[in-house]
Write a protein that binds this ligand. Sequence first.
Ligand code: ADP
Length: 519
Amino acid sequence: MATQLDGVDPTAARKLLFSIAGLPGGPDRGAVERILHLLDEGPVGAVIDGEVVSASATFDLLDPSTGALLGSVSDCDAAVVDQAVDAAAQAFATYKRQSGASRGAVLRQMADVIEQNQELLAVAEALDTGRPLWEIRAADLPLVIAHFHYFAGWAGKEEGTTTGLSDPAIFHYSRREPLGVVGGIIPWNFPLVFAAYRIAAPLAFGNTVVLKPAEQASLSTLLLARLFADAGVPAGLLNVVPGQGATGAALVAHPGVEKIAFTGSVDTGRLVGREAANAIKQVSLELGGKSANIIFDDAPVDAAVAGALGGIFFAQGQVCTAGSRLFLHREIRDTVIDRLGQGMAGFVIGHALDPKTTVGPLVDANQQSRVQQYIDQAREAGLPVLHERKLDLDADLRGGFFVTPIIFGVDDPGVALWREEIFGPVLAVADFDDEHDVVTRANDTTFGLANGIWTNNLSRAHRVAAELESGTVWVNTYNMFDPAAPIGGFKSSGIGRELGSASVQLFTRGKSVWINTAV
Ligand code: ADP
């Protein structure tokens, strides 16, 4: 985890936040004040049964845009995880008997709380993740709110079936019942969005939740739990335990947790899957990706260029579905590459809270050096740089975790840049001539989370969508998400589908009931 660089002055970094708050379209000053005040009260604690609980250990919370230390967060040990699971189990005992209508009402109350505190949550998210505030305001918060409303409508609709058996005297039916305590483990790139995934559907179907946010960005989910408690949302339904890997491991191993829903890296997902298997508990894994974004010669070029840029530079490329391998048909290659350069020339790289910023820093120093290593290795190996947007940062931001947005040409599909998930603003571009060939090359990866196609040829769109090996295929759009559209991975990108109707299977269990009508 990151620590503040020598020479970074936290007082100056705070002053900078207030000067940015004075800009038109900047963060609400009251929101900045409230967040800094919360951090100044001491380490931000877990929220268990509606109460704040402190742990003895802590970790630092840095502003990724300046590298300045802003405060600290509780690093919960197994004893705090126990307390959270007990609270969730106790809440489950009564919550599972509530009607669908009253569960739906809880979710709508949560949606209202988020809506009323949108700016506060968005500012906390931008400050903690380094993602541009406008992006979080425009993309994340509306999706989070929509999520709670959507799953409020699912509460009570977890229906069973009746089945005719070979013995006509038996009346057989199935019920779908809640699992119990669901453990949600989430990454740092979209904490509020992933929190919504791990709160809304489980609660809709009568479960209760213990959520473990990532150590790099746990502020917004802790704030969310406090806002719910302050608004009188029933205690114990959502409990948030911040911490590092060990906190997540304690949740996975806990016998009181019936299911683990995990989003993160492949390596950690493998570990979590193994531990969940040992404990015989259900697990769903949404892992990494190395998505292909394929632009055919018959593509709508303006939309395709915008989709290719957004596909890799949205959230600085720290997105599991990032379109990090761009395939360009040879006929339109030069045009698209020129247009990508024009788009990058318009990037404004700056502080996440600055309303002019379109590209922010990475989340921490570890990510920054990981991504920088990929860039350095690619340069050393002589890969051609097609475009880069050199950093020209104000002195205030020199301790921030910024990386140059860059596009490389790639001929050799064996290079790390082409095969490994980088999680940064680094795009690899290759040419193609033939549809069959590009599909084969797009599928030549261990990942299978998402892919994109750009074409105006309807038959090709359906044909290629069917052939691509991924849980999601976008046609003439990219990185779109909706609570009603299930997501999940093929191959190493994961196990299970969530959102939409897929969440019913994920967060309920079936029961077979036999009634002998002959007695
Ligand atoms: P990243 O998303 O940073 O690439 P991870 O997959 O390690 O990395 O992190 C995703 C989430 O998993 C985080 O909340 C992290 O703390 C948690 N985590 C890390 N190690 C473990 C583990 N052994 N068991 C359970 N959760 C873990």
